[in-house]
Design a protein around this ligand. Structure first.
Ligand SMILES: [Zn+2]
Length: 484
């Protein structure tokens, strides 16, 4: 995620996260009344309402893994109503008499393996009771038919959905999926996606990956998108409205698809196009640095509404127009494309690992600036290091465990980038490069944690780095300057 400077001070996430913590009580309340957790040979048969992330106890679910989402939604900008018919396919990891999906819109029917199932809603949880229990290891295909006005749904004080004058945008981190499709909404369970978006004819509907085709019938158009590489639920997006789409192939042969809201101010539109046109060049630069680009498609979407951030949606980041209101901005393109390696190919196992995303994305901006003949990475590091004295509150946030309210606070980005640079000073920048490449490509399509990253850095550098990472990630004080 990239945050516009104007929004950096007002931490909108704070309010969100505070209410998300209230989810603990709800999660506990959902255990069977009066039932002690089974012990011994008696195995639990109810899937848990959370995947086990201490920052967001309600996010994701337990008892199964999803392999594929077949998302089908229709959106009518006139009524702002979304109707959905989505099939999720996965496998039970335990016996399941009952399990949850995350969905804030109301379901009208649910089938499990072709049989109608009972269901009820509790907050963002859709609680499903299949007619017959699922066996451990059994394939499960869950079809949910649902509808609602996402704009009207606030859950625990959170409403990540954005409407625009001619449509809407589903984009957000860490939450958005529950506002448009039922899911196991946590980055630790990635899956492939087919997304069909139906809109009134004359509008466009955008998502991740490859555009398979557009089916037009009865005044409607269905835009069919496919993502063959596993993707975290928060990285899936949908944008509905009037967009100018630009498709082609970059000089190095990468297929791209960009889209610009037709109602953009002409000056912003021009700056956005000039910046996003460089996505191919940026991708080539990042591939030279961090290894092969992990996906097939590239692109960018600029919406008509300022929603306060840009997000690294897999293969096709979505940008607020504010990023281009003062002219061209390649840094934000570098940031969001660097996340395709750090965040999208290898995804955080738990949300507290967020510095692995934001630190490497911000450090990649430093590398790009250096490559373009601006400040060197040393100069950028020094600027932050010298600017923030030992007493500055900048150092108070241990970015390796920043807390759910501070996932996207400035220090996670800037101290994160400094940590990456300092690691290069410590082990050598060639070794840092190898660590980064191994990290992405060994874990591609999967997830990783800070502890796993530290273990890899120690292995590839042949150094013990416990004290280094304690100082840079887990201390509330200014770390010693790295040796030069
Ligand atoms: Zn970011």
């Amino acid at each position: 995620m990239g945050v516009t400077r104007a929004d950096e001070g007002t931490d909108v996430r704070m309010q969100k996260a505070v209410s998300a913590v209230a989810g603990v009580a709800l999660a506990l309340a959902m255990l069977p009344a009066g039932a002690a957790p089974p012990t011994g040979p008696e195995r639990p048969s109810v899937g848990s309402p959370g995947i086990g992330d201490p920052y967001f106890p309600q996010y994701g679910n337990g008892g199964y893994r999803i392999g594929h989402y077949d998302v089908g939604v229709a959106f009518d900008p006139a009524t702002e109503r979304l109707t959905g018919d989505t099939i999720v396919t996965g496998r039970a990891t335990q016996r399941l008499t009952r399990f949850n999906l995350d969905l804030v819109l109301r379901a009208s029917s649910v089938w499990v393996n072709g049989m109608p199932a009972r269901f009820r809603h509790t907050g963002r949880e859709l609680v499903v009771t299949p007619r017959t229990a699922l066996r451990e290891g059994q394939r499960m295909q869950v079809r949910v038919v649902y509808a609602g006005v996402p704009e009207d749904v606030t859950d625990d004080g959170i409403k990540p959905w954005f409407t625009t004058p001619d449509g809407a945008v589903a984009v957000g981190e860490p939450e958005i999926a529950a506002w448009w499709f039922p899911s196991n909404d946590h980055p630790a369970d990635k899956a492939t996606f087919d997304v069909d978006l139906t809109v009134p004819r004359g509008l466009q509907a955008l998502s991740n990956g490859r555009l398979v085709g557009v089916d037009r019938a009865d005044g409607q158009a269905t835009w069919r998108w496919t993502s063959g590489a596993p993707m975290a639920t928060y990285l899936a997006f949908a944008a509905f409205g009037r967009y100018d789409m630009v498709q082609g192939s970059t000089e190095s042969g990468r297929p791209f698809l960009n889209a610009f809201a037709k109602s953009l101010n002409p000056r912003v539109d021009r700056a956005a196009r000039v910046s996003i046109r460089r996505t191919g060049e940026v991708t080539d630069f990042l591939a030279r640095t961090w290894g092969r680009y992990p996906f097939q498609q590239i692109g960018g979407v600029v919406t008509s509404r300022n929603f306060g951030f840009a997000l690294e949606n897999q293969t096709r980041p979505v940008y607020s127009p504010a990023f281009f209101s003062s002219g061209r901005n390649t840094s934000i393109v570098v940031h969001e494309m660097a996340h395709q390696w750090f965040g999208n190919a290898v995804t955080v196992r738990r949300w507290k690992n967020i510095w692995l995303n934001e630190g490497f994305a911000t450090y990649s901006e430093w590398l790009w600036a250096q490559d373009q003949g601006f400040e060197t990475t040393d100069e950028q590091f020094d600027r932050f290091y010298d600017n923030f004295g030992t007493k500055d509150s900048f150092w108070n946030i241990p970015i390796g465990n920043p807390g759910p309210r501070r996932l996207f606070t400035g220090a996670v980005y800037d101290r994160g980038a400094m940590t990456v640079h300092a690691l290069g000073e410590e082990v050598g920048h060639e070794t840092l490069r190898r660590i980064g490449r191994h990290w992405v490509h060994r874990n591609a399509d999967g997830v990783g944690s800070t502890a796993e990253f530290i273990a890899l850095a120690e292995r590839l550098s042949g150094r013990r780095l416990g004290a280094f990472f304690r100082n840079w990630l887990f201390s509330g004080e200014k770390p010693p300057r790295p040796p030069t």
